[in-house]
Design a protein around this ligand. Structure first.
Ligand SMILES: [Ca+2]
Ligand SMILES: [Ca+2]
Ligand SMILES: [Ca+2]
Length: 129
């Protein structure tokens, strides 16, 4: 898992980050350095990952784009991703739009924020998320 996260970090950030701990990737989105991600910080972090998946850069994701992940992101099984896509494509038009992505990110955020502190602490952030 550590290897996957590190190689993803290399893809986006300066190579120096590649040698850091696995938590370093999302920590770089902790702009106010309070060791937790607010909804906005978490949103930036997730959008950054999702933007990578939009192969034709049209601002929305087809199921194919959503499921077909580059090597460094292949920590979730394709059938799991297909299920996720089906759940997250709320209006069932075959596209996952930015509006739908925002809802999914918010849902993720409140789910991960177990103690309802309105921020995801280091302990609450799953490894490799
Ligand atoms: Ca923060
Ligand atoms: Ca697309
Ligand atoms: Ca849709």
């Amino acid at each position: 898992m550590k290897k996957i996260v590190a190689s993803f970090a290399c893809f986006i950030f300066l190579p120096a980050v590649c040698y850091a701990e696995s938590t370093a990737l999302w920590r770089s989105f902790d702009l106010d350095k309070d060791n937790a991600l607010s909804l906005q910080e978490f949103g930036n972090y997730r959008s950054n990952q999702y933007v990578e998946l939009d192969a034709d850069m049209d601002g929305k994701w087809t199921r194919r784009e959503f499921v077909q992940r580059p090597d460094y992101m292949q920590s979730i099984r394709p059938d799991e991703l297909r299920k996720k896509f089906k759940r997250w494509d709320k209006n069932k038009d075959g596209y996952w739009t930015q509006g739908e992505a925002e809802k999914a990110i918010k849902g993720n955020f409140y789910w991960l924020d177990k103690d309802k502190s309105k921020a995801i602490s280091m302990d609450e952030m799953p490894k490799g998320f």
